[in-house]
Design a protein around this ligand. Structure first.
Ligand code: SF4
Length: 1530
């Protein structure tokens, strides 16, 4: 192979894998698990990774397709589809898969597939894996050494290509000559021997037929006719009868008459593998022999090594010989070669079968010298099923009936032989052979063979333990998992004990045991052998409750205590089986291997038995792979199967989609009196996948109905409830059909018509295509009446710019008399393209030069087209992008790439340019408008419509300010939008308005692409943010919030950087109930977002409780004072549908906004209060930052007021920047809310309402100057700021763990990673906090760093609280300093602005850095690291010592040099770097920091002192002197 010649090949698997790689289009690489490689797969993957070219692969890069399949997932199923489509397939596997795949082997034998089989167990292979399948119609080749493995692998491929039939190449993978190595194959030789002409002929004539269970495979045939024993060939053809394909009767004949020559042929009607002829020629064993002879002679000429069907080693005059079928032929040959003259085995010969099947009986005679009289047959077959070994029978029949001089043939069973024991073994064999009465089946070699180590050791994949953990968590000691790998099954191997059949048996035994126990108890209850009377009554009660899960627990406790007291002999005897008083929850756990044909019987047994047994089946096929998977991989839908059975409880669950639903399903399964099947989805590609991948895959599968979440309980019918409950939105077709049949669907649809709409959505792009066609035709009809040239305008747009330009262009075109049609690129039927007259495409640029979402399908459809002829089409392209987005020179190609690609490809199809491509650049003075205007003018000119008389004025674009004014104090059409059930969305203007009400519309970005592909609208849902001044919540409120997240949201809560609760995934229909529930908890969401003053933050500070209370009161006062007055909030959210009854106390206020006016503020407005020395609210980052000042008496006297801090910025737009607040001066406590109000009012009147990117207070102050801003505030206020009072900050992070305040109360700060409250199988945090809230008497405080404080715990409550915390692992604060000081915003999947992952990725990144921290002794050091998914800056990244801000998916801008206590902004260090680079940079910086830092010096300060980054003194120099200058060259 190219560039590989120096590699030494050391193992047979490696040698074989290399040949298979060169000789195949597809390699099915069977692995123990997706995470553990096989002996072959490492080599295969390495070659593919290096893009080494195969000799036969027809893929574009000539790299074969390597399909990794788990050994227990029916691997040979993967062979059918590719081999039928004319691709050469080989399989690399161990012998473990052969027997279970026997049905496939029969079908595949007539196709040119090569199976390379490493025999198992590795230390001492059992050749019965081969002998058992010897009659399946394959050709079997054997190799016995490393070099032979290479040569036979090549022979196998060459033979499969020539014969068109399947070849199995088997070998013992353990090399007994350690350290041996050979040279890699010579590619030229491989090419020669494979014969590429034959290869191409096969590849160009794919085999028809697509099913594998009809008569499309060959029938294994073994000729019943004896072959002439000395040369010559017999056309031993057996025509199969009709039924042969289904019941290969020939096989059973064959097994009893195995010694004749087999014919690897198939009837012409079913074997059309290799040629394009209608009927394939029959391939006889003689043909196989001839092919082999020619291949081996070619091989011998090229490499000098010779091979033949039977190989003889020894003197030509030998009288005795051994025929070996096992691993040790070389060992025996060597020992015989070195024999002393007197040795009984001196001068003996050794014969081996290189070609095991077809068995060429005649050739063996030719191979054995005529002098041979006695033959010892040695078979390494552990699993003997017949009295005589199969090889013995072969040899007997072939040799005995010959005319040679062989007199004695004696079979031996070959045990383990080593270098040390070989001579002794030989002596034994020859003594027996030459004795007068040789013993048949004598065992030779050691019985005590090394413990067989199966390469495919059973191990539960790590990820899959999630579900068993839940079982244990739910049922505690009651959970019994019968086939658990860690359970103790004395004397039974893992392979057996983990099988469903064994597990089922174990469960039945367990059940019987308990039934016997119940009978014993019953009897005891009636006996008089107790010392006291009490146990009898308890026992009787227990017996009646014994099968009732709900009642039995209490009865069991009672019985046990009574028996203990009684202490009679009978009591003691019963107590010996104490566990049986409880009713165990019996579970069998299986993988999705059970859903293939071969493993399905386990499930069937359970269902058919009707026993009360629970089965948990974990399916791990990722959604993205299901499409790639061969349709023939007939994975059974076990859920449907079980429901059709009728007697079972069935649930389909996914822990990464709904944790609660898993719990519910398991609980219901446990209670159901009969078989229960719980299907659990856990998709992963490799077992080391991060939870993020698993989560994304799960969401796709659930959202699109591939893996619906549901529960089916056939007993519900009796209770008058529906049997079926759907817990996710969509279901797949098959399930729908089932429900249709079951009449459930109709009932459900009647019950909930909304749901019907979701059900009736179907898959398929067909519908989508038709929709497109219909829409366009309708549009064309509309245009019919118009004159003028047609102009079709398509847009590809992510952020709306390209879309609004396209719409405006359409309006302008119409005004010029053109027949314009405007639509998204994805909505355009591409087949119409050649019929267009004029087409214009406006597209923006996404990510790394990619098409926007709605442009991709169009691009995918045309980019590789070979048929488009656009000779009569005129076109023009306008591209929108940012020339500085990717500052590195090598990344310049991404600038406007989609537009440029389109322009090029359309021209290549023959279309004529109306104008040159227009390039809109965000960096131009007017942004993209600069380039656009120039381009548009040229376009009209090219279309001849420049001067068309008076053109009506266009309405100005609608701005946020217009929306606010028109909204009637934030009403808009929100009410109407909520009632519209035809969409899960609300209108665009209402999306702006609902922000003021504390809710944003979002869509799930993990499933956006998939839904688009299926013609569905995005998965819209809403984020709701509460307003919680100072972040203080009562335990009751905590429970109420927890309820809302579980019942109305996505089962998680986010504690935000603004110290409040945020819910995600609330669908439109649940929005109003959620708002009402929040209000019932005496919280509101009004003004949590929007252009108003938002939640007022306050230091959480657990150590000074009394003082905190005073400061907190101010935060509440400011918050209330600045709350908007509109009654729209009450009207929309808190009234019943009859629009009368208000839900909360108090009258609706008149609609008048005394502070805000009808247009509210130009932009959002944020206030925070810090209590020195803690800056845990990042006081510098807000529009108003208040620093609490303590008087000499220890009480609050007032605040230093900072104004004009703010985080949001736009990448590459130097006019935008983060800023720290500037000091206006000191205000007294009593005045502080008024001072805040006045600052806000000056901003209201002077803030920029034209440009939202320049509308925050920071720009107003910077434009006005601090002094004149201060004067304006003082003027309005009528008072003056006093000079600021001294203060001192130490940090902006939280201190985790317990503290005690001055009043003697205790506080514990929990570590809540990135503020996400959720349950996982490993960490039931949400449940734990809920349990704590149930008993907690103090309060909860949410911190600005997204953590949580359990506040005000009295000493007497401490022990109980501590034990509760320990139970739920909530007391853990042992995290690295870096992790403790980190925070991330939400970003994907819900935030619509996210460009990259944040909350889901930062923990992973930190884990990757922790080893380095450890190495450099920095584990305990606090370094403030923050990440956000976009430059909006929700997690305040620009005040962190090191920050990552999302630039594109997987790419971040890196910032360094922030101040440790949030006082200094950081600066851009590197642009658009990915994980690898981030880790490299961080590791080297951390190493340097550890070595170079001064005592107590923080990381951010060090980066500046060490010259790594320049100091940022204020927002206005944020862009100055960045470490990585952007290149301005195009
Ligand atoms: S910083 Fe950006 S990505 Fe992160 S939550 Fe805020 S807006 Fe979304």
């Amino acid at each position: 192979m190219a560039g590989e010649s120096s590699v030494a090949v050391r193992t047979p698997e490696e040698a074989v894998a290399r040949i298979a790689y060169l000789s195949s289009d597809v390699i099915v690489s069977v692995q123990p698990s997706l995470a553990s490689d096989s002996g072959f797969s490492t080599t295969l993957k390495n070659l593919a990774a290096q893009k080494v070219e195969s000799l036969v692969a027809k893929s574009s890069d000539a790299v074969p397709d390597i399909q990794s399949v788990r050994y227990n997932a029916d691997p040979l199923l993967s062979v059918f589809a590719p081999i039928r489509s004319g691709r050469f397939v080989s399989v690399t596997t161990t012998s473990a898969v052969l027997l279970p795949s026997i049905a496939h082997l029969y079908k595949l034998a007539s196709l040119p597939v090569v199976l390379h089989v490493a025999l198992e167990p590795k230390s001492f292979p059992d050749y019965s894996a081969i002998t058992s399948i010897r009659n399946s119609g394959w050709t079997f080749l054997q190799s016995g050494s490393l070099q032979e493995a290479q040569d036979m692998a090549l022979t196998a491929h060459a033979l499969a290509i020539r014969s068109g039939k399947g070849v199995i190449h088997f070998f013992d993978p353990s090399s007994k000559t350690k350290g041996e190595s050979i040279s890699p194959e010579d590619t030229a030789v491989v090419r020669d021997i494979l014969n590429l002409d034959n290869v191409r002929r096969f590849q160009s004539a794919p085999i028809s037929g697509s099913v594998i269970y009809a008569d499309d495979g060959r029938v294994a045939l073994v000729s019943e006719q004896p072959e002439p024993l000395a040369g010559g060939s017999t056309q031993a053809k057996v025509q199969p009868s009709e039924g042969d394909a289904e019941t290969p009767t020939a096989t059973s004949h064959a097994s009893s008459k195995s010694s004749q020559q087999s014919v690897t042929s198939s009837p012409p009607s079913v074997s059309t593998a290799t040629t394009i002829e209608a009927a394939a020629p029959v391939v006889t064993s003689e043909d196989i022999f001839n092919y082999l002879t020619s291949i081996w002679s070619q091989l011998s000429q090229s490499v000098g090594r010779q091979y033949s069907a039977f190989e003889w080693k020894g003197p030509r005059n030998a009288e005795n010989c051994i025929f070996i079928f096992g691993s040790d032929a070389a060992l025996f040959s060597r020992a015989i070669g070195q024999a002393q003259a007197g040795d009984i085995f001196a001068n003996a010969g050794v014969i081996t079968a290189r070609l095991y099947r077809p068995w060429l009986g005649a050739k063996i005679i030719g191979a054995i010298p005529r002098s041979v009289k006695k033959i010892a047959v040695l078979e390494q077959v552990s699993r003997k099923t017949t009295k005589w070994g199969p090889l013995l029978l072969d040899v007997l029949t072939s040799v005995k009936s010959s005319v040679g001089g062989v007199e004695t043939i004696v079979g031996h069973q070959l045990g383990y032989i080593s270098n040390e024991t070989v001579n002794q073994a030989l002596r034994g064999i020859f003594q027996n052979l030459t004795s007068e009465k040789p013993i048949q089946n004598l065992e030779v070699g050691e019985r005590d063979r090394p413990q067989p180590i199966s390469e495919y050791k059973l191990e539960k994949p790590k990820l899959e333990t999630a579900y068993t953990k839940i079982l244990n968590q739910l049922f505690g000691d009651r959970a019994f998992i019968a086939n658990s790998l860690d359970s103790d099954n004395a004397g039974i191997s893992n392979t057996i004990s983990a099988s469903p059949d064994y597990g089922f048996g174990a469960l039945l035994a367990k059940k019987e045991r308990r039934q016997r126990f119940v009978a014993e108890v019953k009897e005891a209850a009636g006996s008089g052998r107790f010392l006291t009377e009490v146990p009898k009554r308890s026992l009787a009660k227990w017996v009646s409750a014994a099968e009732d899960v709900k009642k039995v627990e209490a009865a069991a406790e009672d019985v046990i205590s009574k028996l203990t007291v009684d202490n009679s002999r009978l009591s003691k005897a019963l107590l010996q089986n104490k566990a049986l008083f409880h009713k165990q929850s019996l579970w069998l756990v299986g993988s999705d291997a059970w859903s293939y044909d071969l493993g399905n019987s386990g499930v069937h047994h359970v269902l058919a038995s009707g026993e009360n047994v629970n089965v948990l089946i974990i399916d791990s096929t990722p959604y993205s792979e299901r499409a790639a998977a061969d349709a023939n991989r007939r994975k059974k839908d076990i859920g449907l199967y079980a429901m059709n059975f009728g007697n079972a409880y069935v649930a389909s669950t996914a822990v990464y989609s709904s944790y609660t639903q898993v719990l519910q399903a398991m609980d219901e399964a446990d209670k159901f009196n009969g078989p229960s099947i719980v299907l659990a989805y856990l998709p992963y590609f490799g077992e080391h996948d991060s939870p993020l991948t698993v989560l994304q895959e799960t969401k796709k599968a659930v959202d699109l109905g591939y893996w619906p979440l549901y529960r089916w309980n056939p007993e519900n019918e009796n209770k008058g409830e529906p049997n079926f409950s759907l817990d996710s939105e969509r279901i797949k077709k098959e399930l729908k059909q089932f429900l249709d049949r079951d009449n459930q669907l109709t009932q459900m649809m009647r019950k909930d018509p909304l749901f019907g709409a979701a059900l009736s959505q179907d898959f398929g792009t067909e519908i989508r295509a038709q929709q497109k066609r219909k829409a366009k035709d309708a549009y064309n009809q509309l245009l019919e009446g118009l004159f003028g040239a047609p102009l079709t305008i398509l847009f590809g747009s992510d952020n709306g710019n390209a879309q609004s330009l396209a719409k405006r262009l359409g309006t302008r075109g119409r005004a010029r008399g053109l027949k314009t049609a405007v639509m998204a690129m994805e909505d355009y039927p591409v087949e119409d393209l050649p019929t267009e007259e004029n087409i214009v495409i406006i597209t923006s640029t996404a990510g790394q030069g990619e098409f926007p979402q709605n442009g991709k399908p169009f691009w995918d459809a045309i980019k590789d087209s070979t048929e488009l002829d656009l000779a009569s089409v005129k076109f023009s392209v306008m591209a929108l992008g940012d020339s500085h987005y990717w500052p590195r020179r090598e990344d310049k190609i991404y600038y406007n790439k989609p537009g440029k690609d389109l322009d090029r490809v359309l021209a290549n199809f023959g279309a004529k340019r109306l104008t040159d491509i227009g390039l809109g650049d965000d960096q131009d003075p007017d942004g993209y408008q600069t380039g656009y205007q120039e381009w548009e003018a040229k376009l009209w000119e090219a279309l001849g419509v420049t001067n068309v008389g008076s053109i009506p004025d266009e309405p100005p674009p609608i701005t946020n300010e217009d929306i606010k004014i028109a909204s009637n104090y934030l009403r808009g059409t929100i009410v109407e939008g909520l009632k519209d059930t035809s969409t899960a969305a609300i209108s665009a203007p209402d999306q702006q308005l609902t922000k003021f009400h504390g809710t944003y519309m979002q869509d799930d970005r993990d499933v956006r692409d998939e839904r688009k592909a299926q013609g569905l609208e995005p998965a819209y849902s809403f984020m709701i943010r509460c307003r919680l001044p100072g972040g203080v919540s009562t335990p009751k409120q905590w429970i109420q919030m927890d309820d809302i997240s579980t019942t109305l949201g996505n089962e998680t809560m986010k504690l935000t950087t603004r110290q409040t609760f945020q819910f995600h995934g609330v669908v439109k229909g649940k929005l109003k109930p959620a708002m009402q529930a929040i209000n019932r908890a005496l919280m509101t969401t009004l003004a949590a977002c929007g252009d108003v003053n938002r939640n007022v933050m306050c230091s959480s500070l657990p150590s000074q409780s009394r003082y905190h209370r005073e400061v907190f009161a101010s935060s509440k006062k400011i918050s209330d004072h600045l709350l908007p007055s509109t009654s729209a909030y009450h009207e929309i959210w808190l009234t019943d549908d009859d629009d009368k009854k208000t839900q909360v106390a108090g009258e609706a206020v008149q609609d008048f906004e005394p502070l805000y006016g009808p247009t509210y503020l130009p932009r959002k407005f944020k206030i925070s209060i810090a209590i020195p020395p803690h800056n845990d609210v990042d006081v510098y980052a807000h529009d108003v930052g208040l620093i609490a000042i303590k008087g000499e008496d220890g009480h609050l006297v007032g605040f230093n007021l900072l104004a004009g801090g703010g985080m949001g910025a736009t990448h590459n737009n130097k006019k935008t920047y983060p800023q720290t607040g500037r000091m206006l001066g000191f205000v007294k406590t009593a005045d502080v809310h008024i001072a805040c109000e006045k600052v806000m009012l000056v901003q209201r009147d002077h803030g920029d309402r034209k440009n939202r990117k320049h509308a925050r207070l920071k720009y107003t102050i910077d434009d006005m100057g601090v002094d004149s801003f201060r004067s304006k505030v003082e003027e309005l206020w009528g008072k003056k700021f006093q000079p600021p009072k001294p203060f001192h900050f130490e940090s902006n992070i939280d201190t985790l763990g317990w503290t005690r305040d001055e009043t003697g109360l205790n506080h514990f700060t929990f570590f809540i990673e990135n503020g996400r409250i959720e349950d996982t199988a490993d960490f039931p945090m949400k449940t734990g906090l809920r349990e704590i809230a149930k008993v907690h008497k103090g309060e909860f405080r949410l911190t600005g760093n997204q953590h949580l404080i359990l506040s005000n715990v009295a000493d007497e409550d401490l022990p109980a609280m501590k034990s509760l915390m320990a139970k739920y692992k909530l007391d853990n604060v042992q995290f690295s300093g870096l992790r403790q000081s980190s925070s991330a915003c939400v970003a994907f999947p819900t935030c619509g602005l996210a460009m990259a992952e944040s909350e889901r990725y930062l923990p992973i990144l930190i884990s990757k850095l922790e080893a380095c921290l450890e190495e450099n002794g920095l584990r305990q050091d606090s370094i403030v690291m923050r990440m956000t998914g976009c430059p909006n800056g929700c997690a305040r990244p620009w005040l962190a010592e090191v920050a990552f801000v999302g630039k594109a998916y997987g790419a971040y801008n890196m910032y360094l040099g922030g101040g440790y206590h949030g006082q200094r902004l950081n600066k851009l260090y590197r642009s658009s770097i990915k994980e690898e680079e981030i880790l490299d940079i961080m590791k080297s910086l951390l190493k340097r920091y550890a070595a170079e830092r001064d005592e107590g010096e923080h990381f951010g300060d060090w980066t500046i002192r060490a010259g790594v980054i320049k100091e940022t003194r204020g927002g206005q120099d944020f862009h100055e002197g960045v470490a990585e200058e952007e290149s301005d060259e195009e």
